[in-house]
Design a protein around this ligand. Sequence first.
Ligand code: MG
Length: 384
Amino acid sequence: MGGCVALVVAAGRGQRFGGEIPKQYRSLGGQSIIRRTLDVFLDHPGVDGVRVVIHPDDAPLYAEATKGQDVLEPSFGGATRQDSVRLGLESLTAMGPDLVLVHDAARPLVDPEIISRVLKALESSPAAIAALPVSDTLKSTTRELVTGTVDREGLWRAQTPQGFRYREILEAHRSLAGASLTDDAAVAEQAGLSVGIVMGSEENLKVTTEDDLRRAGHLFDRGDYRTGFGFDVHRFCTGDHVMLCGVSVPCDAGLEGHSDADVGLHALTDAILGAIGAGDIGSHFPPDDDRWRDAASEIFLGRAGDLVAARGGRIVNLDVTLICERPKIGPHRAAMVHQIAEILGLAPEVVNVKATTTERLGFTGRNEGIAAQAVASIRLPDIA
Ligand code: MG
């Protein structure tokens, strides 16, 4: 096939981390660390495929974490990181990529620019890694006493991704199987390959301890927070069900509208569009356009979600209030939350649906229709 495959190493058990779940499956801002890491590589134009090396025991965790992501089948790792990478490389022989980028699953804040820099360096070198120059003064010690100062000139801290020409790193790993080297550049060095170095970033930290997880959380939460509000009303007509928040709810009436009249999803779509300054549902889906006649409103919501993603944004949370005397919302609430989360690829924890009546006052109180209000909170990337 040629091209470039990202080999993401997630086979570690993370004993250093303590908790029950290996660290790469822990949550960072509502999504697992590994899912966030994979998204960066899946979205990078220089990467043609992404394979994850996992621990066999983690197969169910992995399946859940990567649901809907366009990744290759995972391969199983070995007893050490070095074994795991070698087995991952072996799993790519049939595919035969030109280049491979080895990356730690526990580095979710890798910048696409770093990936680009590694790929660029691979044009002139068989291996290239992201790293940071050491800026702290280094001390050697014995028994908590300083014995000397180490010259930091020319010292770098290695990160990932580490990129290689595939055939060369595969051969290197085969010939050094069983040696205990802590990164793949060391394998390349031992095999006599020249290894280029490009600038990594402080943000590209490896989540190893609870402290790292907190630090990653703070970095991840930086940004420009926006709020949007949406409101919509649809009138009752004859029918036997209404669409509310993507769920068909049995009712002694229907809702009138050009599309499926899903008042909940319309309010929500407007809230999201409002938060990112992208107009309203009518400007994106004109009601006089026949394409949207009887359309499923999840199309509208999905499009709003795509616009958020195109701006590099992230939906922080969503809240919808349905206002009606009938039908009863309670029994369908969980299904509605699930639907909205599914359409937008969100964790259900960040979606809330609630309902109220207006005490028989006003048009909703007179059972003439259903109203919905929604609020969306969205994080956009830092303004540069
Ligand atoms: Mg509407």
